[in-house]
Every structure is written in structure tokens, then in C-alpha cells.
Write a protein that binds this ligand. Structure first.
Ligand code: GLN
Length: 469
């Protein structure tokens, strides 16, 4: 119930109240505690907000998102509410301000129902790196939902809220969306303000959405996107999304190294091939492209993001925020003990890797080199997108895996092989549900296009949806 914004609107028109919708979701969350999707439910503030919006509806002053219940990833700041990035180091910390993206949703009368579990500091692909336990995939017991925005994906998939926010630095919205049968959008870098999003790798991070249809993703983007004076990297480029419509005669790029990748699950490949065939029969032109740098994507991503993370996470020093070791004496001991106790193993690994690649003597060999590779990747991607309207590719090599099944960090990093591309180059990308695997788990396909061409991305996604009808 209330799976889409349209359903919420219809319910309100038929006389239901925002409070009753909010209470419905509070009940659902309570029934699904075992999924461990929510780290905290904002029961009181959500009910207060709901009553205010009900009044506004009566007065005819309600905003576009009246009655829409949203969940937020636990790295998005909401004033006077706790935020922890699923880390012990921020335990007990309360936000002093609200993220711009979230504020814009609240200004349109969305109801914020709680904060959602994720990998610690958004570092992970399975939600198993949370300091507060992993999240269960609602499709199959004992399976991971993907990460790092695992809680946000499960909350939408399991009907615990209508839409949710996540963040995508290397695939953290698209990958869990693929694994939970939801729509996951990563907008163009610079489209949505990062003010109030706890930074992981600032030149990669974007807030993204989980929804049950394309229209909701478009509406949320329309509301959240645009210039923000609190984030200098936001763009003032026009963002007026029109009704999404199927586009005829597109030029669709398929990257041969992606589509015939040996790591791609046979069923995922089969369904992707079938969709491409369907698009061809529908009058679209399929253009085969070559992107010879697939093997460079994940290493480049990990050099640059760990470098940025080591710098961003230096602020968690036991003095400014959250956890301080009770045994610490003196400044240095405070830093060392608080950080050793507060950060989990994956975060420590990345801080150390990042510190190493930035260190004197290795800087040019790793960091400078990776920056140069990033430019090559961007140039090649622009070149491909000059030839086609959209690129179609897998979101994930396979479906979700069982908890504890992937122990080697490199294997875990390779889960993002198809998603880090759009973060390295800043392009917008979306994962849309494709089908259900014979193992009972869902998976999506990914579309990527030119910077700031989200309308084209949505319209093209619509063309694919129409194929299924
Ligand atoms: N799984 C990737 C990582 O571990 C991506 C994370 C993200 O997008 N926040 O870094």
C-alpha cells in the first residue's frame, strides 16, 4: 500500500489522512524489525509533522509531497535528530542542521519517518559493514540487500515507506536497488546539493533515490535538484522535468566488454540481451561500442575515494564529534584511542590506503596517476556518448549473495564493477528492475547518459518499461 506518490495522492483524495498513512508505515516498520532496515524511527516528530500537513491540506496550502513518507540513509543530516553514518564514532551525535536536499523535500511536506541502516560511512556493497548489524534482504532470508544504502533499498522494497534517500559514491544506490527490485537513481554529479550529506569521497558522492517507479524518482529529483549556495559544486543548469514519455528511434550503446564480461551471470546476461533485442525490434538502433578500460575502473575508484576519505574522515578525532575514548590522556592518545575504538575495520582499511596513496613519495605513483586515468575515462565516456543517446549495461554482475559469503575485500569491491563508472565520470545513471532470477532474487539493468540529461535517462527508461507491457 502507498507504494507510489500517486497511490498516496489517491488515498488522500479518498479521505485518508497524512497521520493515518504515517501510522500505517509505523506499524509496518514495527512488523519488520527483523530486517534491521531502520536504525531509528522518528515516531514522535513524524506524527507531529503529519498533523501539521493534515492541517495544511484542509487549508489548501499543502506542498507537492503532502503525505509522502520518506526514510533517509543514516548519513543525511536532519536537524535535532541523530545521525551516525552507521558508525560507533558518531554514536549519540545529533545534527545541527538539515541537508539541503532533505529540507527541499520537507518544504514540500514530505514526512521523515526515520534513519536507515547502511555500511559504515557508506563504505561497502552488502551493508555488512554497519556497526549496528547487517540488513536482511526482504526477498530472501539470510541474503544481503546490497550496499551501502541497504536499509534505504529494503525500506522501499518491503513497503516500510513510500520513497527513500541514499547516497551513491560508487554504486550505493543503484546496486542495492538492483538487488531489491526497486528503482535507484544517481543523478549527475553536481545536480543535488551535498550539503548535509556526511562526506565519504566528495568528488564522487551524490544523493540518490529509491522508488517504486520512474515518475517518483523524477519528481524527487525535480524538487531536490538545483543550485545551492551551501555547496559550490552544485550546478545551476536547467532542471525542468516533463511528463516521462517513451522515445522513438534512439541510438543505444552497448559496451562489448561489459555485455560479454566473463563475470556476468548467465541469466542476467540472457535477460539483458533479450531487452536489447526487444529495443531493436521496437525501432531503436543498437550501436556496439568498446570501452577498453573496464579493468581500470575499480582500482582507480579505490585510489581516489580512499584518498578523499582519509582526508574527509580526519575530522572524527574524538574532540569535535561523537565518541571519545574514556581511557585517553593527552591530545595524541585521544586521537589514536578514539579513532581505534570508533571506526570499524573496513573504514580503517580505507583510511590507511588513502593515507598511503597520498603520502610523500607515493603521491605521484598513485594519486596523480589515478587522476590522469580518471580523465582518460571521462574523455572516452564522452566520446561514446557523442555517438549514442544512452548506454545500456548491467547494474550488477549477479543477484544478491548470502550473508558472510564474500569475505575477500577485493571480491567485495568487484561487486561495483559496472556502477563505479558513472561516479568516476560524473554521469547520471539509473538502475531499473529487469526481472526475477530463477533463484528468486530480483535484478536490474542500468542506463547511463550525458551529464545533466536526466530527462533523456527517464524517457529512455520509460521506453524499456513499455516493452514489458
Ligand atoms: N560499494 C562501494 C564502496 O564500497 C560504493 C559505496 C558507495 O557508493 N557509497 O565504496
Amino acid at each position: 500500500m502507498y507504494r507510489t506518490i500517486k497511490e498516496v495522492k489517491e488515498a488522500l483524495l479518498s479521505g485518508e489522512s497524512v497521520l493515518s498513512i504515517t501510522e500505517y508505515f509505523l506499524g509496518k516498520i514495527d512488523e519488520h524489525k527483523h530486517l534491521n532496515a531502520f536504525l531509528e524511527v522518528f515516531t514522535d516528530s513524524a506524527k507531529v509533522q503529519a498533523q501539521i500537513v493534515d492541517e495544511k491540506i484542509k487549508n489548501g496550502t499543502a506542498g507537492k509531497l503532502a503525505g509522502v513518507v520518506i526514510g533517509i540513509k543514516d548519513n543525511i543530516c536532519y536537524k535535532n535528530h541523530k545521525v551516525s553514518a552507521s558508525s560507533k564514532i558518531l554514536e549519540g551525535f545529533e545534527s545541527l542542521y538539515t541537508a539541503t536536499a532533505l529540507q527541499r523535500l520537507i518544504d514540500e511536506d514530505a514526512i521523515v519517518i526515520g534513519r536507515l541502516n547502511c555500511d559504515e560511512f557508506a563504505m561497502g556493497s552488502s551493508n555488512e559493514n554497519s556497526a549496528f548489524g547487517s540488513v536482511e534482504n526482504n526477498w530472501k532470508k539470510n541474503y544481503v540487500p546490497g550496499g551501502s544504502s541497504g536499509g534505504s533499498a529494503v525500506a522501499v522494497s518491503a513497503n516500510l515507506c513510500t520513497v527513500s534517500l541514499g547516497s551513491d559514491t560508487g554504486g550505493s544506490v543503484r546496486q542495492p536497488a538492483s538487488w531489491t527490485g526497486t528503482y535507484g537513481l544517481k543523478p549527475t554529479y553536481g545536480r543535488i546539493s551535498r550539503y548535509g550529506l556526511i562526506a565519504y569521497a566528495s568528488s564522487f558522492d551524490q544523493i540518490g533515490t529509491f522508488t517504486n517507479n520512474l515518475e517518483d524518482a523524477a519528481l524527487l529529483l525535480q524538487i531536490m535538484g538545483g543550485k545551492d549556495e551551501m555547496d559550490a559544486t552544485t550546478s545551476s543548469k536547467e532542471l525542468t522535468l516533463k511528463t516521462l514519455t517513451k522515445v522513438p528511434n534512439s541510438r543505444i550503446g552497448i559496451i562489448k566488454e561489459y555485455i560479454s564480461n566473463p563475470g556476468l551471470d548467465a541469466e542476467v546476461k540472457h535477460h539483458l540481451d533479450k531487452t536489447i533485442e526487444g529495443l531493436k525490434n521496437d525501432g531503436h538502433e543498437i550501436v556496439e561500442l568498446s570501452f577498453p578500460y573496464l579493468d581500470y575502473l575499480v582500482p582507480t575508484y579505490y585510489v581516489l575515494t580512499t584518498a578523499e576519505a582519509s582526508s574527509n574522515l580526519s575530522r572524527f578525532d574524538g574532540v569535535h564529534y561523537g565518541h571519545r575514548s574514556s581511557e585517553a590522556k593527552g591530545v595524541e592518545q585521544t586521537y589514536i584511542k578514539s579513532r581505534s575504538e570508533g571506526f570499524g575495520p573496513e573504514v580503517k582499511r580505507r583510511i590507511m590506503t588513502g593515507t598511503f596513496v597520498l603520502s610523500h613519495g607515493y603521491y605521484d605513483a598513485y594519486y596523480t596517476k589515478a587522476q590522469k586515468v580518471r580523465r582518460v575515462l571521462q574523455d572516452k565516456t564522452n566520446e561514446m556518448l557523442a555517438q549514442v543517446d544512452v548506454l545500456i549495461m548491467p547494474t550488477t554482475p549477479s543477484t544478491a549473495f548470502e550473508k558472510d559469503a564474500v569475505k575477500d575485500p577485493i571480491q567485495m569491491y568487484l561487486q561495483d564493477i559496472f556502477t563505479v563508472h558513472a561516479n568516476l565520470t560524473g554521469n547520471p545513471a539509473i538502475s531499473i528492475p529487469l526481472t526475477i532470477h530463477s533463484n528468486g532474487l530480483p535484478f536490474g539493468l542500468q542506463l547511463m547518459t550525458t551529464h545533466f540529461a536526466e530527462q533523456a535517462l527517464f524517457d529512455f527508461a520509460k521506453s524499456i518499461e513499455k516493452l514489458k507491457e
